[in-house]
Design a protein around this ligand. Sequence first.
Ligand code: G6P
Length: 368
Amino acid sequence: LLVEKGNHRHFMAKEIHEQPEVIGHTLARYIDFANETTKMPEGLPFDWTKLTRVVISACGTAYLSGLVAKYWFERFARLPVDIDIASEFRYREAPLDPGGLAIMISQSGETADTLAALRYCKAQGQTVAAVVNVPESTIARESDVIFPTLAGPEIGVASTKAFTCQLTVLACLAVAAGRARGVLTETDEKRLVHALTETPRYMAEALRLEPQIETLAKTLGKTPHALYLGRGTSYPLALEGALKLKEISYIHAEGYAAGELKHGPIALIDETMPVIVIAPYDRIFDKTVSNMQEVAARGGRIILFSDAKGAEEAAIGTVETVVLPDMPATLTPLVYAIPIQLLAYHTAVFIGTDVDQPRNLAKSVTVE
Ligand code: G6P
């Protein structure tokens, strides 16, 4: 299979820009657009109403999509989620009640630790569902049911479109679970599904922020370190932002839950520290603003990713605000992923690293 870069300088750029399209394809698989309901494969080997919890395991960026999904499953379906990185989970010997559901998330479907976690879950009597991008992969074959992500081949080592496709599938699963369990009404489901169908449009708008982000990257590219903060579903996004930046630009970056600022990272804040805050205007926005004030008071250089309302309410000592469109809260992890990816991408391009094949990293980690 020959995949070309087209007009793009790197596969990563191409894959970032493909997101509105591949998210559209993925949505078409899991959503009935006419009725605004979720659409699940026939004969699922588990029953949402009988589950008391879900186990999720994965590695790297796929793990971070699972971390977002935890918030969604708990909120939309009142279903507790136990999530762990696969390399820990496989040796943790977690007690699992037979008949539970385990969800493995993997772009390649070949990650050794995720496969081992899958086998552990099966041995513990779990039904295993895989959210995978490669339907012929080992993880797909060994699972009881697969929920494919329709991202198409991902060539850049740093995952981008596979991540947002994973989020899309997981959002649909969480909504389907919520409806089945009677937590969401028909109207709730319609509202959430309708919001999801708008994702490609918001993503296209987010892509138009690229020139501003490219300029920001020229400053970020001169710093040795960066801190990413977020709360709620923006917390996994902060982790993902830091991961992307360190993977491809080699700038040391850490992602933190904004509320943890006081418990450590605040010691790092001075005029040289860029702090990237992911804070759409939501019900916990004010909490994040107070963390930003703590950063600003110590001279930290804040780059805020928010929407118009957030930008207005947080006009405190920010170096720059990247203003995203207003959107339903469910969509923010999907859409905010784009500027986060673009920031890492342009920083790496500015520094001149090998964006598609960063040093020491592999696209698929098939050995432990
Ligand atoms: C490697 C890749 C990451 C990916 C992770 C998990 O570290 O560089 O981009 O997130 O593996 O891979 P998987 O194929 O299981 O999603």
